[in-house]
Design a binder for this molecule. Structure first.
Ligand code: SF4
Length: 330
């Protein structure tokens, strides 16, 4: 659905009509304008002709049924991927993409490998949420959490991500609380500053993946522009302004970033009660190998002994290439 066209049409109507139309689409989850009974018949017919509510997408479900990936085809024919993760405690998290491809080229990430095609519009970001909201409605369930951890770097498309967050958070639209929304960044410092200022309730996650600049620079070229010192400075300012915890993501790569020495280095940089570390099992894309579960366990124990609050993420959807770093839009 193209929000700009909707907004243009609604400019000729009283202001509350746009609110009613958005509520019909994002709250009532109508799939056809004829269902928007709060709008006049003429307006519904006009919208039916000019603002399509159809989403071109196909779905892939993992064997364990806990992950569903959607491949959405955009109006210009490009494809993006978005993932629904169903947690055992009835939380339903949607992992949203913010760009088609990504310009940052992290070595462990398939999205980075395909390069950057373009930024997504706010409508295209919101459409991913809408796709799964409609899907869950049929199961009598709702989206409870949103993470901007799909394709792309959200802070390189901030204006559109921001507009999408407003719709996701709006009680008349999806109504998902700010504290249930997370933005994950590779460490774009200006973005972290904007998040703290504009959305202090929204969670921040940092893709860390290495305990020092040398290794991080090899894995994530963006580290040359935003080295760890700058990132941690921005994170600490974010914490000072928001008093919120910050999650650091760490994909564990065999013989690359999983040694005892590296665990000790991590302990040194992550000793802060408001820092959390999330270990992610690597989903092989040809370049690296995953660490064994035993090695990850040992690594986690060392971090915990060193006082770092550490979690380990369930491996969602690796069989349908829906897991972290596997989204390619192929
Ligand atoms: S990990 Fe994130 S920032 Fe890095 S290339 Fe992949 S999508 Fe881009």
């Amino acid at each position: 659905m193209n929000l700009s066209i909707l907004e243009k049409i609604m400019k000729k109507e009283p202001a509350f009509r746009l609110k009613q139309a958005k509520k019909a689409v994002f709250f009532d989850l109508i799939e056809d304008w004829s269902e928007a009974t709060t709008l006049s018949k003429d307006l519904r017919e006009k919208l039916q002709k000019e603002v399509s509510l159809a989403i071109k997408g196909e779905m892939f479900a993992s064997k364990d049924g806990r992950t569903v990936k959607a491949r959405i085809i955009l109006d210009d024919g490009l494809a993006i991927e978005t993932v629904l993760m169903k947690h055992s405690d009835r939380r339903n998290t949607v992992c949203v993409s913010s760009q088609v491809g990504c310009p940052l080229g992290c070595l462990f990430c398939v999205t980075g490998e395909i390069g950057f095609k373009r930024n997504l519009t706010a409508s295209e970001i919101v459409e991913q949420v809408l796709f799964f909201a409609r899907y869950l409605k049929k199961e009598n369930e709702k989206i409870t959490n949103i993470v901007f951890m799909g394709m792309g770097e959200p802070f390189l498309n901030w204006e559109n991500v921001k507009e999408a967050i407003q719709i996701i958070n709006d009680d008349n639209c999806f109504g998902i609380g700010a504290r249930k929304i997370s933005v994950s960044t590779s460490g774009i410092v200006e973005g972290i500053e904007k998040l703290a200022k504009e959305f202090p309730q929204i969670n921040l996650a940092i893709s860390l993946h290495a305990p020092n600049d040398r290794l991080r620079g090899e894995l994530m070229p963006v580290n040359k522009k935003y080295p760890l010192e700058k990132i941690f400075q921005a994170v600490d300012e974010y914490i000072e302004k928001t008093n919120r915890k910050v999650m650091f993501e760490y994909v564990v790569l065999k013989n690359v970033n999983d040694s005892e020495k590296q665990a000790k280095e991590l302990v040194k940089i992550l000793k802060n009660p408001l820092y959390m570390l999330n270990l992610i099992a690597y989903n092989p894309n040809g370049r690296f190998e995953p660490s064994s579960p035993e090695k990850i366990k040992k690594f986690k124990n060392m971090l915990e002994k060193g006082g770092v609050f550490t979690t380990q993420r369930y491996r969602f959807g690796s069989d349908i290439e829906a897991a972290c770093g596997q989204l390619a839009g192929k």
